[in-house]
Write a protein that binds this ligand. Structure first.
Ligand SMILES: [Fe+2]
Ligand SMILES: [Fe+2]
Length: 267
């Protein structure tokens, strides 16, 4: 099984970047399923139903979220009926949180479980992601050994630790949230693919996908500023490709992918 995972899609420009490159990526790498983090799709803050549908239309099969999950109020109205949109599983009272943290999709004759988790280091009061991960992985493994985790977290240490914690139990632990692709993709000894951060998809001459000027003003003056995604500009797509054994669910390979507008070799 080949799975393509696209990192944090930032703004409508990021959604356009996915529309532009995903068909070409599918042609070149032939993934059977594509998962993307959409927590920043709506101008950097959350996702709307319209943008979620556009991502599905563009060829994304599952959308994961993160600390920006609830930024667009309307998500509370549609997340429960959209089975391919998941949010972090470890909210403090999961019984009242809209949506779900795990979904299982059919991939030809196989199934892939996708789990979304939120880090705690520098990120707030969430349930223990290690304990919640273990509970969900136990549930998922009754159905399939093919399991992908999007761990939306700030601290590299927390991400690496979860990778080791789940090594041999899941196909992959990939990180999102920091928006910069890390150069550490590898398969851990027991067969779990790992990358600290897949990186973001969107405007690339800014700060984490946003226009740089308001952010520079914020850093230099501490005055309030509204951060924005520009409508046009050079873009980058960051992703990783996972090759997973059909029989065991162990990863054979993880390959980091980065495409910039000005990389002519890709076509
Ligand atoms: Fe993000
Ligand atoms: Fe985030």
């Amino acid at each position: 099984m080949k799975v393509l995972f696209i990192g944090d899609i930032v703004g409508e420009l990021g959604v356009d970047t996915v529309k532009k490159w995903l068909p070409k990526l599918k042609e070149k790498y032939k993934p059977q399923v594509t998962v993307a983090n959409g927590e920043n799709a709506a101008g950097g803050r959350g996702i709307t139903e319209k943008l979620y549908k556009e991502l599905l239309q563009a060829g994304v099969d599952v959308v994961t979220m993160g600390n920006h999950t609830w930024d667009q109020r309307e998500i509370q109205d549609f997340i429960d009926r959209e089975k391919k949109l998941i949010r972090p599983a470890n909210y403090p009272d999961n019984r009242v949180t809209p949506g779900t943290g795990m979904t299982i999709v059919n991939v030809n004759q196989l199934k892939l479980a996708v789990i979304n988790l939120h880090g705690r280091v520098y990120m707030g009061d969430f349930e223990d992601p290690f304990r919640v991960a273990q509970e969900l992985v136990d549930q998922a493994r009754e159905v399939t050994p093919h399991i992908l985790i999007d761990f939306h977290a700030e601290a590299t240490s927390e991400k690496e630790a979860l990778g080791w914690y789940l090594d041999g139990q899941v196909s992959a632990v990939v990180g999102t949230h920091t928006h910069v692709q890390t150069n550490d993709a590898r398969v851990l000894p027991q067969g779990t693919a790992y990358q600290t951060d897949v990186g973001m998809t969107g405007f690339y001459d800014g700060v984490l996908g946003m226009k740089k000027e308001p952010i520079l003003r914020k850093f230099t003056t501490q005055l309030p500023n509204r951060f924005e995604v520009p409508e046009t500009g050079r873009t980058r797509l960051n992703a990783c490709l996972l090759t997973i054994s059909n029989t065991t669910g162990r990863a054979d390979k993880i390959q980091a992918i980065r495409i910039d507008d000005d990389m002519p070799w890709f076509e």
